[in-house]
Design a protein around this ligand. Structure first.
Ligand code: ZN
Length: 323
């Protein structure tokens, strides 16, 4: 099957901004767009096919009809492994944590959530929360939430464009204001909110916290990973692996002119354009891509010809050394 474009469901959470509309071409009458779900078969928001013979169908419907387009990555939309989002944080997001598969299965009948952030853009001085500054006991954790001193314990990290953060389940985290992020995660929407800056939701009430579950799953320590910077400036076409784990394998293609991308027989690929523009040509057609474009490449063994000057985040399921 040929590659096709996807349209993302949009979320207008209270902390969002207008950059996804103004810079990334997302069409919406919403006053703000916090998230666009660029690759999603999740029940809370499904990507819709925007080009080709299946235009108008959800990606989930197509996968249930033609599971072979995922290769060996999954056999039905329900088991589709990943969710790729763009996130525009005009304000701070809540401080939160996600469970692993075992806990999520037992308590929520859902997958857990491992995630990864790529900092597409950020304001000068922007910072996020990533784990604790030092180890914290269960009692300290609970007391800090109750007496509103929780932020004194968190590890704040300044961010730069091109930084990659890996967030295994149990890692306390919060996206800070003034950053635009590409998030690659397990297909799950289970979030335990620990601290919300005392804000109220659309109904005027404080948004719910989930302290007991957060206490169950949070790793009470300094995080095991450090951010890595992957910003490229050298004007050379380059494909680089950003992060591999059991759930996803993420690359960045910096295309300065042209690149031949081989499809993979064992996994779909998802292309998210985060800068520039170009064209993708393949047997029987082509697609024009620009900042904000989302393209699904079914598993296969053909070669795609990418031309232009653009940066593309490529996500697939299996772990390849090189693509
Ligand atoms: Zn998260």
């Amino acid at each position: 099957m040929r590659p096709f474009e996807l349209t993302a469901p949009l979320k207008d959470y209270i902390w969002g901004g207008t950059r996804l509309r103004d810079e990334f071409g997302k069409q919406s009458g919403l006053p703000r767009i916090a998230e666009s779900w660029e690759l999603s078969c999740h029940r809370d928001g499904k990507s819709v096919i925007a080009s080709g013979e299946y235009k108008g169908m959800t990606l989930a419907e197509l996968i249930d009809k033609h599971p072979e387009i995922c290769g060996r990555a999954c056999s039905s939309a329900e088991d589709f492994p990943v969710l790729v989002k763009l996130i525009d944080a005009k304000n701070d997001l809540s401080v939160q944590v996600h469970p692993d598969d075992a806990y999520a299965k037992r308590i929520e009948n859902s997958f857990g959530k491992t995630e990864m952030w790529y900092i597409v853009d950020c304001d000068e001085g922007a910072e996020l929360i990533y784990g604790f500054r030092k180890s914290i006991s269960r009692e300290e954790f609970r007391r800090a939430v109750e007496d509103n001193t929780f932020l004194e314990y968190v590890n704040r990290v300044p961010v730069k464009k091109g930084d990659v953060f890996f967030i295994p389940p149990g890692t306390l985290h919060a996206i800070g204001k003034g950053m635009l992020i590409a998030e690659i995660q397990q297909s799950s929407n289970v979030t335990y909110r620990v601290y919300d800056y005392g804000r109220v939701g659309a109904d005027g009430k404080p948004r719910e916290l989930h302290i007991e579950k957060a206490l169950d799953v949070t790793i009470p320590d300094v995080p095991a990973y450090k951010a890595e910077n992957h910003l490229k400036h050298n004007g050379i076409t380059e494909m680089e692996c950003l992060r591999k784990c059991g759930y996803f394998c993420v690359y960045e293609l910096e295309c300065c002119g042209s690149y031949e991308l081989r499809e993979n027989a064992d996994s779909f690929m998802h292309l998210l354009v985060i800068d520039g523009e170009g064209d993708i040509s393949f047997e029987g057609g082509s697609l024009h891509i620009k900042k904000g474009s989302s393209v699904f490449v079914p598993a296969g063994d053909e070669t795609l010809d990418i031309k232009g000057n653009c940066s593309i985040i490529i996500t697939m399921k299996i772990q390849e050394e090189k693509i």
